[in-house]
Design a protein around this ligand. Structure first.
Ligand code: C5P
Length: 236
């Protein structure tokens, strides 16, 4: 069963906590991304930990292996369910993240968070790849980077739902796919270029669907999240 992750992309800890409370009854995972990690990391992570709300720490780590391993060790704590890194950081960097997560979780006596690797950002359009020096289309790049992530021991990848089906076929059902760029029918795309509806993402085999603005900017975030959960339960 695919799970919904709501991105707490808001400028203050108070607003993020309000969202956690508003969505509490749905038992969704919340995403603590760069805005929260740069602005109020300890407050929101301890708020979620205290309420048993699972988190996806969307740190998108990309640095030398030692630095990434050390950063992952700092992030591991009860309730942190997923941490991500950029696959473009390379095999050794991803291995350092996986080993560090397991090591630190062992010290704390908790389940290690899943390390997922970002293949390509969903805001990258096919025509941007050439400019970045990456050969081939988004699909080919996603497969190549996912193979590297799998070899490094990552639990899966962050990718566009448009690639999730192929990734499942290549790497098997147990290799997890987490897909941002989700837009319910009729909602604004914003800066996302490769978008998919909730039902299409589930049909493609996505394990986790990340939704930010369509919920966070809704007049009633709880109702918006419920509508998306409903769309996720309907086949595309
Ligand atoms: O508001 P929206 O639904 O576009 O939010 C998507 C969230 O997922 C943002 O927090 C963004 O940083 C994150 N994300 C993404 N593309 C990726 C990885 C993460 O949009 N490849």
């Amino acid at each position: 069963m695919a799970q919904l992750i709501v991105a707490l992309d808001v400028p203050s800890a108070g607003k993020a906590e309000e969202l956690v409370d508003a969505l509490y009854e749905l038992d969704v995972i919340v995403k603590v991304g760069l805005e929260a990690l740069c602005g109020y990391p300890e407050r929101i992570l301890s708020y979620c930990e205290a309420r048993d709300v699972r988190t996806f720490v969307d740190a998108k780590l990309h640095d030398i292996p030692r630095t990434v391993g050390a950063a992952v060790a700092q992030l591991v704590r009860p309730g942190v369910h997923i941490i991500n890194v950029h696959a473009l950081g390379g095999l050794e960097m991803m291995q350092a993240a996986v080993e560090s997560a397991a090591g630190r979780a062992g010290e704390l006596g908790i389940e290690p968070p899943r390390i997922l690797a970002v293949t390509l950002l969903t805001s990258i359009a096919p025509e941007d790849l050439n400019e970045l020096g990456l050969q081939g289309g988004p699909g080919e790049n996603a497969i190549r980077l996912a193979a590297l992530a799998r070899d490094a021991g990552c639990a899966g990848v962050v990718c566009s739902a448009q690639e999730a089906g192929d990734l499942k076929r290549f790497f098997g059902d147990d290799f997890l796919t987490l897909t941002p760029g989700i837009r319910p029918i009729g909602s604004a795309h914003g800066d996302q270029k490769r978008v998919t509806t909730p039902a299409q993402a589930v049909a493609a085999g996505a394990d986790y669907l990340v939704v930010g603005r369509p919920i966070v900017e809704a007049a009633d975030p709880l109702a918006a999240a419920k509508a998306i959960l409903e769309e996720m339960s309907v086949r595309a």
